[in-house]
Design a protein around this ligand. Sequence first.
Ligand code: C2O
Ligand code: CU
Ligand code: CU
Length: 484
Amino acid sequence: MRFNFLNKILLVALLPVAQQNFAQTSVPIPEMLAGNVIDLTLKHRTKEFFPGIATQTIGYNGDFLGPTIILQKGQQVTLNLHNQLGDTTTTHWHGLHLAPANDGSPHNPVMDGSTWSPSFTVMDKAATYWYHPHLHGKTLNQVVKGAAGFIIVRDQEEAALNLPRTYGVDDVPLVFQWKTFDAAKQIVEMDEADNEVLVNGTLNGSLDLPAQVVRLRLLNGSSHRFFDFGFADNRPFKQIGSDDGLLDVPVSMTRLILGPGERAEILVDLSGMQGSTLKLRQYGTQLPQGYPGGTMMMGGTMGPKDNTDFDLLTIHVVAPTANAVTTIPTALTTNTAWSQAGASTRSFGFSAQPMMSMTNFFINGLKFDMETVNFTTQLGKTEIWNITNQTMMAHPFHIHGMHFYVLAVNGATPPANLRGRKDVVVVPPMNGSVKLILRYEDFSDTDMPYMYHCHILSHEDTGMMGQFVVGPGASGTKENAAQD
Ligand code: C2O
Ligand code: CU
Ligand code: CU
């Protein structure tokens, strides 16, 4: 008895020390690839996430994740995807405004041992995009093992602003990924039981940032769960960009929710903080009910870290750089959504079968079918999409090939940080709704559709997806419009 009691005291006393001593790994910054020809090789690899244990992974040009592709608006680029995976794959350029043939959707399969080389002009605005496989039924399998990377588009408008943009120094891409590791420390596809979070592929990561205004490009690259980001000292930060471009003005906030697939660029003022340490945390207890990572609608949780708050990243503030940005601009750009006058409307409803299912989802009562085009529309048309969610969980809804503007969430004007260009929007649960507006500009292809789907990868793989064809416009616009 007495011995056990003492042992317990010892354990309790040692625990905090043991936690502090758990080695931090400095978060790697992905290599940059720029120019007119970019080569990516997708392969099975291994990586040591846990000391002495080789975990099976998939990476682009490396063990896990991939290089950051840097593109300049207006440039011509050829992306060579070399598939050495031993399986069919695709690579989708998530968020880029592209013709269906260049999009990397399930309709652009790349056979094992072959190379796919889409070539196009970059038409997008400066923002943080990403790439990942998209083979129907295999997206989760390939992405969860590490196949994903950043795309950063730069343009003149963004370059004219006094913003941090020294890659890896004061402008840092950070991909956050919930993962499930099994007892043998292998990554498994059971994304409903996520038990770890990786930052740029690292557990328990730390990052040195200079004592000045820094820019973090946050990507929720998870297969299933949401993040509710905030700093441990509750310091405000400013969101300057959403999925596909800058916001009108920096938006001050202390918490930021990102669903799978969503990106946000934030500025954090670390001026005068040299020598101090700052924690970026997950505030899972503050996620709304029904958002994966928080509590379920029915109450209770699915994964061991759900509905908990924990550190995601330790930031060590180091000496400022020579040309430090020390102020935050007050104006960034002007976002103007298309006029709603004359726009046609479409409705999309999410449902579950049975009604309380957390795994079996439908859009307009249907499962995705490669051979079925769900609707056909026309180049030059503006449409309003009304999306309603009759399920018990939030779904991050994504549309390929173009950006949209969110007009309303649950019938109300969206918060300021959702008023920029977007390509993923979270549709709240329990009859939640989103109203968005988009326009079919530039690309028509009567044979190859664009996709829309839930970005929770198991939902997408099991059919929470649809597709549409953009036909030629009325005024003699040419079919299969070339991109250059
Ligand atoms: Cu990032 Cu269709 O996906
Ligand atoms: Cu996409
Ligand atoms: Cu979903």
